[in-house]
Design a protein around this ligand. Structure first.
Ligand code: GAP
Length: 512
């Protein structure tokens, strides 16, 4: 199965089992907007809890916040979003289709990369056991030619983006002879900037003074509340403010399912530090965040750092934690050293003093900020796609199982009476009524036990409990493990403890 086919299967599984639906589907959906179904909302909430507790509960010097989506319009002038939160766009005059110029070039580079990999594969097939990949890559003329071409396009693109040189971007697209995937022509407009913020009108004001924006990041709600939280919480630097909430961006290239959406959710933490100490905190948060990801157990090799070549307008250092999605390594989380850009600008634009008096140094200063910023939806996609497995069983049957980290599973335990009679449903209900105080449970008495197991595998339930006739005599049940499919007979009194030891978030936190 190709990665593309696998990704398609993952998307249909997400829909079939109530994780993710296209938004307003009965009207044919709304591009790049999705709804989370009955299973999806549970998984999403569990991801948010894992992040929130790792930040706010486990760190004495990090507190939470829930600020409004609408903010005073000057916020976005101060933050630089009105002036600089743009994507470079280009239209094809024949298809009338609009593209991000940098994405057209990235796709072009990805095609060259594919050619290189195909050449290496050819070599591997030709030379078999004796194939020396490193030497092949360093000497094969086709690989070298393509690599040189790739590096040159990449370098020119980075230069043009860094210098905000739109004419140079257009020239590069022309030089690479990139054609519109729809019309097939190279009839392009000039490249121009397009602001990604959604705007709307406040109340009854209909002129420009009433224009407000849907926040494109949650971070600004934290910055404008810096003094409120610092003073009322008597916070001492270094300290952090964490927030989870919706953000909105009018993305031009919205694709890859929930990877790039127009309405999405962020989990952001701004960590305020003494100026000059930002680099040590930047390194610390890079390591801490990677450990948080790896503790999920999806595979250490699925993560890598990627340092930014083009720094955002507010940063003096920045990197991404990338994840190996079914469509390749892509950004999952950003860690940014944002200097005093935001607080400094809010001070300037609002006319209010936004400073911290440091009792250790006897100085007033505008704190520097390290930000960790991760998308809830992207984390969902990372977890869901890595957990999705199509397995062939020993008896020749096949099963689709979501090997989700147990703490994140939407349902922790399913309770089945073996048959729908002889008092077994009543006993099963009794057990479920006890377990439901601690865990999200599902009761199921329909179809064979095998079919019920498959249904729970498909939504990632770590444990199934079966009640049979013997249970009425010895108060023991069969506990079945999702991953090993092993079944063990245990007393009902031990159920809670066994399940808890597997699904508790503590298991994840201990690995961090
Ligand atoms: N406050 C900094 C900030 O917003 P960003 O790199 O633009 O930085 C942070 O976004 C994270 O938010 C990304 O790493 C990604 O996980 C998520 N994200 C950004 N745009 C997104 C989109 N259109 N759809 C889904 N998630 C998105």
């Amino acid at each position: 199965m190709t990665q593309e086919e696998l990704f398609k299967n993952i998307i249909s599984h997400a829909k079939e089992y109530g994780f993710i639906f296209p938004s307003s589907e009965i009207y044919d959906g709304l591009s790049a907007v999705y709804d989370y179904g009955q299973m999806g909302v549970e998984l999403k909430n569990n991801i948010k809890k894992y992040w929130w507790d790792a930040m706010v509960r486990l760190n004495e010097n990090i507190v939470g916040l829930d600020s409004a989506i609408f903010m005073h319009p000057r916020t976005w002038e101060a933050s630089g979003h009105v002036g600089a939160f743009n994507d470079p766009l280009i239209d094809n005059k024949d298809s009338k289709k609009r593209y991000r110029a940098d994405v057209l070039l990235e796709d072009y580079i990805a095609k060259i990369d594919e050619k290189i990999e195909k050449e290496v594969e050819k070599g591997r097939r030709k030379w078999g056991e004796s194939f020396d990949e490193e030497q092949f890559r360093a000497t094969n003329p086709n690989v070298l030619r393509n690599k040189q071409k790739r590096d040159s396009v990449h370098e020119r693109m980075a230069e043009a983006l860094n210098a905000n040189d739109l004419a140079a971007l257009k020239q590069l697209i022309v030089d690479c002879e990139i054609a519109c995937p729809i019309s097939g022509t190279k009839n392009w407009t000039d490249v121009r900037q397009f602001n990604l913020m959604f705007s709307t009108q406040l109340g009854s004001v209909s002129d420009e003074s009433g224009t407000i924006y849907l926040r494109p990041e949650t971070a600004q709600g934290i910055f404008v509340n810096f003094l409120n939280v610092q003073k009322t919480g008597r916070m001492k630097i270094p300290f952090g403010i964490a927030q989870i909430g919706k953000a909105f961006r009018n993305e031009i290239v919205a694709r890859q399912f929930i990877f790039r959406m127009r309405e999405f959710e962020q989990m952001e933490m701004q960590f305020f530090v003494r100026p000059g100490q930002e680099m040590q905190w930047y390194e610390k948060w890079k390591a801490t965040r990677l450990a948080w990801h790896k503790a999920l157990g999806l595979g250490d090799e699925k993560y890598r750092y990627h340092d930014h070549e083009k720094l955002a307008h507010y940063a003096n250092a920045a990197c991404d934690i990338e994840f190996d999605f079914p469509f390749g390594f892509k950004e999952l989380e950003g860690i940014h050293s944002r200097t005093d850009f935001d607080l400094g600008n809010h001070q300037k634009f609002s006319g209010r003093k936004i400073q911290y008096f440091d009792p250790e140094t006897n100085e007033n200063y505008v704190p520097y900020v390290i930000e960790t910023s991760i998308g809830v939806d992207r984390t969902f996609l990372a977890v869901f796609s890595a957990a999705y497995k199509e397995e062939k069983l020993e008896n020749g049957e096949e099963r689709v199982v979501l090997k989700l980290p147990a703490a994140l599973a939407p349902v922790k335990v399913a309770v089945f009476p073996l048959v729908k009679k002889d008092g077994l449903p009543e006993k099963a209900r009794e057990i479920m009524d006890e377990l439901k105080f601690d865990f999200n449970c599902q009761y199921d008495e329909k179809d064979s036990i095998g079919k019920r197991y498959r249904r729970q595998d498909a939504i990632g339930t770590p444990y199934c409990v079966t009640i049979d006739h013997q249970t009425l005599e010895d108060n023991c049940v069969t506990l079945r493990d999702r991953d090993t499919m092993e079944q063990t007979r245990i007393p009902i009194s031990e159920l809670r403890g066994i399940i808890e030891s597997k699904v508790d978030y503590k298991q994840l936190f201990k690995k961090m």
